[in-house]
Unconditional design. Structure first.
Length: 181
């Protein structure tokens, strides 16, 4: 079996911790993030088909319009997403409908030097007053909160950091309460 990349391993570990009730926080996602995930899954299925046909993935972008999922693959795809949505509900991960604020999203993308979809995610999370934006996207992980007003009070972290950050935050809160007494 192929070794998972570190970002996938840390994401799976985070899901395991959530499933076992080991994280004391509210997790949210958006309809837009789930739509992006569906595109990634579809593209991976198409890439597998191309490789079976001995096509080079160098030409993936130009070839993907010629490849379609057959009926069985479409059914598997739909089943996967139904099961994934059930999992999100079981884990109490809240799915929210994203409201787009074009001007703010564009400004966020321009100032931070990120793509508009990334600016959309960051802007939404800021408006929701999220403390942490959890991602495996290395470009977003390089953003430094203190240097940019568009980041607000939100930290961009990877899935592996969330348990450690929450634990440190919990310890800090305990010490603060102890000092007050």
């Amino acid at each position: 079996m192929t070794e998972l990349p570190p970002s996938a391993r840390s994401s799976l570990e985070l899901l395991r911790l959530v499933r076992n009730g080991r994280l004391d926080c509210k997790l949210e996602t958006t309809d837009f993030a789930l739509t992006e995930l569906s595109q990634v899954v579809r593209d991976n299925l198409l890439a597998s088909k191309m490789m079976r046909d001995a096509q080079s993935l160098v030409y993936f972008q130009s070839l993907k319009s010629y490849y379609k999922l057959d009926d069985d693959e479409q059914e598997d795809f739909i089943t996967y997403f139904r099961e994934f949505n059930i999992l999100l509900r079981e884990l109490k991960i809240v799915g929210k409908r994203m409201k787009i604020m074009e001007t703010r999203t564009s400004a966020t993308a321009i100032v931070l030097g990120v793509d508009v979809p990334d600016g959309l995610h960051l802007n939404w999370a800021n408006r929701q007053r999220c403390k942490y934006f959890v991602t495996t996207d290395s470009r977003l992980l390089e953003l430094i909160r203190d240097e940019n007003p568009f980041m607000g009070k939100m930290w961009v972290i990877n899935p592996g950091q969330l348990p450690q950050v929450l634990s440190a935050e919990k310890e800090k809160n305990k010490k603060t309460k102890t000092k007050r007494k």
